[in-house]
Design a protein around this ligand. Structure first.
Ligand SMILES: Nc1ncnc2c1ncn2[C@@H]1O[C@H](COP(=O)(O)OP(=O)(O)O)[C@@H](O)[C@H]1O
Ligand SMILES: [Mg+2]
Length: 284
C-alpha cells in the first residue's frame, strides 16, 4: 500500500513516509502531536483512501484493555436465569450468548483487512498500554470463559494516537513505529486551509494567518491554538462577514482579534493577550 494524502487531508512527506513505514513493518503507527493537528483524521483518511473499514476505539480515563478484547456480561446471564422459563434456559446455558465482543475482537475476526484506531491512549491509566502488548504483538488473545483462541485473520492496520498527557512504557514503544506530527508551517497551513475553504479571499486569509501566528507565538500561553482552532475561527470570520480592516491592525501593532474566543480557550491567555496590547498602546 502507498498512502499519498487525500483530497480532504494534507499530508506532509514525512507523515506519508511514516504511514507507509508502519505498514511495511506491520507495526502500529504511534502518532503524537498537539491536539488538533490531525491525528484522528489521519486514521480516517488512510482507511478511506485504502477503501477499508476503520474500527475506532476512543479511550477514556476509565477504559480497561480487557474491554477492547471482550467482556463477560454475568449480570444479564444471572437475570435471564432468574426470569426465564424452560425455553429461556437454552440461552442461559450457552455462555457465548453473554460474551460481548470488543473492538479488537471485531478487527481480528473481520473478513477483510481493516484499520484500527486506538484514539488518545494517554487518557487511560498507565497499565493500559502494557496490558495490550501481547495482543498487539501476536495479534491474538485467549477467551478464558469459552476456551477459545481469537487470532487475527488479517493483521489490521493499527493507528494509536496520544496527546502526550502521559509517558508510554518502553516495552510498548518498542512495538510501534513513532511519528510526531509537528505543528504545520505556514505553507502547509495554507494548504490545509485551502482544503477546507477553497474560495477564501487571499487578503483575508493572509491577514487572518498573520494574526493567528501572532497569537500562537505569544510567549507564556497555556493553550496554544492549533489547526482546528484556526479553521473554526476562519469559519466564523466568513460567517460573520468580518471585514479585512477589522483584522488588520494599523501601524503594525498587535490588537485583540475579533471572535478571539475561537482561538484562546482560557481567561489567563486572554488576559495575557490584553496586557500585551495595553503595553504596546502605552509605548506609542
Ligand atoms: N493535515 C490536515 N489536513 C486537513 N485538515 C486538517 C489537518 N490537520 C488538522 N485538520 C483539521 O483539524 C481538525 C482536527 O483534527 P483531529 O484529527 O481531530 O486532531 P487531533 O486528533 O490531532 O486532535 C480536523 O477535523 C480537520 O478539520
Ligand atoms: Mg483526536
Amino acid at each position: 500500500m502507498k498512502f499519498q494524502g487525500s483530497q480532504n487531508y494534507v499530508a506532509t512527506d514525512d507523515l506519508m513516509l511514516a504511514v507507509n513505514a508502519a505498514s511495511t513493518l506491520q507495526k502500529p503507527l504511534l502518532l503524537k502531536g498537539e491536539p488538533g493537528t490531525g491525528k484522528t483524521m489521519l486514521a480516517e483518511e488512510v482507511a478511506k483512501s485504502l477503501g477499508i473499514p476503520l474500527l475506532q476505539w476512543h479511550i477514556k480515563s476509565t477504559t480497561k484493555a480487557q474491554q477492547g478484547l471482550y467482556e463477560y456480561d454475568a449480570v444479564s446471564r444471572l437475570r435471564d436465569s432468574q426470569l426465564s422459563g424452560v425455553e429461556g434456559n437454552e440461552k442461559v446455558k450457552d455462555i457465548n450468548n453473554y460474551i460481548v465482543k470488543g473492538v479488537l475482537w471485531q478487527a481480528f475476526t473481520a473478513d477483510q483487512p481493516v484499520a484500527l484506531l486506538i484514539d488518545e491512549i494517554d487518557k487511560a491509566d498507565i497499565e493500559f498500554p502494557n496490558d495490550l502488548l501481547r495482543e498487539i504483538d501476536r495479534m491474538e488473545f485467549y477467551v478464558y470463559e469459552t476456551r477459545q483462541l481469537i487470532k487475527a485473520k488479517h493483521r489490521p492496520l493499527v493507528f494509536i494516537t496520544s496527546n502526550n498527557e502521559k509517558e508510554l512504557p518502553d516495552a510498548f514503544l518498542r512495538r510501534c513505529f513513532f511519528h510526531y506530527i509537528k505543528f504545520p508551517d505556514a505553507t502547509t497551513m495554507q494548504q490545509i486551509v485551502d482544503v477546507h475553504f477553497p474560495g477564501l479571499k487571499k487578503e483575508l486569509l493572509n491577514a487572518a494567518m498573520k494574526t493567528f501566528y501572532e497569537v500562537r507565538n505569544l510567549p507564556g500561553l497555556k493553550k496554544k491554538p492549533s489547526t482546528s482552532e484556526l479553521l473554526d475561527w476562519l469559519k466564523l470570520l466568513v460567517a460573520e462577514d468580518i471585514s479585512l480592516d477589522a483584522l488588520q491592525s494599523k501601524d503594525d501593532k498587535v490588537s485583540i482579534p475579533p471572535l478571539v474566543g475561537a482561538l484562546l480557550k482560557n481567561e489567563q491567555d486572554v488576559t495575557l493577550f490584553e496586557k500585551l496590547v495595553f503595553m504596546q498602546s502605552r509605548n506609542r
